[in-house]
Every structure is written in structure tokens, then in C-alpha cells.
Design a protein around this ligand. Structure first.
Ligand code: NAP
Ligand code: MN
Length: 248
């Protein structure tokens, strides 16, 4: 961190914590999730760069010994920007309380507080299924390699303007029936989750978990906003997938 600040000054770059053009997150993917939420009010003016101090990350794909190169690249070259889609989540309440809007970089998960989760799932205004099970995970393409992957979801390339719904242990028998496969929705399709009995849920947005009471509905779709990453060298997504999950 100190080394980086010295480099920045050497290259006449300014360290501006409040209104940065570039945010360099040092740590792992979790650190970048934190940085994203910290600066999510100025996504159109901020480009992110992730440095990993441990294992290779999906967002944190630079190594600490590349920091000098990175700073030179920021100072000298007009850098390329790559944009990834985000998930918009709007939670509405039965009490007239103001709706809550969030953006997720990885995913939103919905679980019940007690017993199994029972939710009507509507897609594009039409009833699709009544889900009964542990929970649902709605992820972005770049979040598809995180929790979604553990649930058997597909890995989506982040150039796709889409979201994915994956099930957590759905109950399927002669009484209860869900699709059982992960669903990929395009940008103009909205998924609406509506509680059937209980209205209290444990809802996560990336690393943040909150208990929401008196929930009327949870609306998920591709957000209009995007996250911007500063790109200084090619590191294709499928190579990151291979290096992280198959072998390097
Ligand atoms: P964490 O428990 O440290 O994260 C779990 C792991 O997911 C870490 O190895 C993290 O990498 C990695 N990760 C995060 N985003 C990723 C992405 N887009 N693609 C591939 N791997 C990714 O908690 P955290 O660091 O605060 O991350 C929160 C995320 O954990 C959630 O958004 C969710 O996706 C994930 N999670 C996964 C499961 C599961 O797979 N069963 C359960 C709960 C949460 P780093 O070590 O580089 O941080
Ligand atoms: Mn982590």
C-alpha cells in the first residue's frame, strides 16, 4: 500500500480517496466487492483494478509485483475500459416502508429465516413456479463463478447482458415441482419473487447479509449501471476460469 502511494507520487498522480478516477483494490475478490460497494455512487466516473495478494482472483487479476507496471500504465497510456453487467434488486414491503434498491456485483441470495423458503417466482409478469427449498441465488455473469458455480449454475461470459437464477436444494416430489435447472434471463426480462406465507427473509447482496421483514416482493433484473474495469493487458475471461478452476 505504501509502496503504491510512493509510486503514485513519483508519477505525479494524486491520491484522492473521495473522488477517485481509478480504484486499486489490493487483497482478493472479496476486497474488490467491498471497494465496489464503497464507490457504487460514482460508478460512471470510476474504473476498478484488482490486485491479488493471495490466489488469483476473478476481479483481482494483477499480482503485487506488477504494481509498478500498473502505475506506469495508469500514468502514461490512455487505458482501455471493460464494462461488466450488474444485478439490480428492488425489495418492496407490505408496510408501506420505502422500497430498497441495491446493486450486486456477484449475486443476491434469498433464504428464509426459519424453515424452507417458499416463493412464487414470476418471470416477465407471468407465474413460473412455486419454489420450495433452501433458497435462490440470482447472479451476474461475473458472479457466475462464485456462489452460483457451487450451486451447479453455468459460467456466463461477462459480455452477456444477463442474470442467472440458480436453486439451492429445491424440494421436488409429487407435490412440489420446480424447474430444477438454472435459468438465464436476458436484459429485458424481470424476475419477481413473491413470498407465499412468511414474509421475513435473509437476503444477501454480495458479502452483505440483512434480515428483511414484511417483504412483499423481490425484483431482480440486469441493472442499467455497469462496473468499469481498467484494462492494461489482455487476460481473457476463459483463461481466468481455466487458471482458477482447471489448472495453471
Ligand atoms: P469469502 O467467503 O471469502 O468468499 C468465498 C470465495 O469466493 C473466496 O474464495 C472469494 O475469493 C471467492 N469469490 C468472490 N467473488 C468471486 C467471483 N466473482 N468469482 C469467483 N470467486 C469469487 O467471502 P467474500 O470474499 O466476502 O465473497 C463474498 C462472496 O462469497 C459472495 O458474493 C458469494 O459469491 C461467495 N459465497 C460463496 C458460497 C459458496 O460457494 N458456497 C457461499 C457463500 C458466499 P477471494 O478469496 O479472492 O476473496
Ligand atoms: Mn474473501
Amino acid at each position: 500500500m505504501e509502496r503504491m502511494k510512493t509510486y503514485l507520487l513519483d508519477f505525479h498522480l494524486e491520491h484522492d480517496e473521495d473522488e477517485p478516477d481509478i480504484v486499486i483494490s489490493v487483497g482478493g475478490d472479496g476486497t474488490l466487492l467491498y471497494a465496489f460497494h464503497h464507490y457504487q455512487h460514482r460508478l460512471d466516473k470510476t474504473a476498478f483494478v484488482g490486485v491479488h495478494t493471495g490466489h488469483l482472483g476473478f476481479y483481482a487479476d494483477w499480482t503485487p509485483d506488477e504494481i509498478e507496471k500498473l502505475v506506469i500504465a495508469i500514468a502514461k497510456t490512455p487505458y482501455q475500459v471493460v464494462e461488466y453487467p450488474l444485478l439490480e434488486v428492488i425489495i418492496r414491503y407490505t408496510t408501506g416502508e420505502k422500497e430498497a434498491r441495491s446493486l450486486a456485483l456477484n449475486e443476491c441470495t434469498v433464504k428464509s429465516v426459519e424453515g424452507s423458503l417458499v416463493m412464487d417466482v414470476e418471470i416477465k409478469g407471468q407465474q413460473f413456479e412455486t419454489f420450495r427449498g433452501d433458497g435462490l441465488c440470482i447472479s451476474t455473469p461475473s458472479g457466475s463463478t462464485a456462489y452460483n458455480k457451487s450451486l451447479g449454475g453455468a459460467i456466463l461470459h461477462p459480455s452477456l447482458h444477463a442474470i442467472q437464477i440458480a436453486e439451492m436444494a429445491s424440494i421436488n416430489n409429487r407435490v412440489f415441482r420446480t424447474i430444477g435447472s438454472p435459468l438465464v434471463l436476458p436484459g429485458h426480462h424481470t424476475a419477481l419473487l413473491k413470498p407465499v406465507n412468511y414474509a421475513d427473509f435473509q437476503i444477501t447482496i454480495d458479502h452483505l447479509t440483512l434480515l428483511h421483514q414484511n417483504v412483499k416482493s423481490i425484483q431482480c433484473r440486469v441493472a442499467n449501471e455497469k462496473i468499469r474495469f481498467a484494462r492494461f493487458r489482455a487476460f481473457p475471461f476463459w483463461q481466468r476460469v481455466r487458471d482458477s478452476f482447471v489448472s495453471d
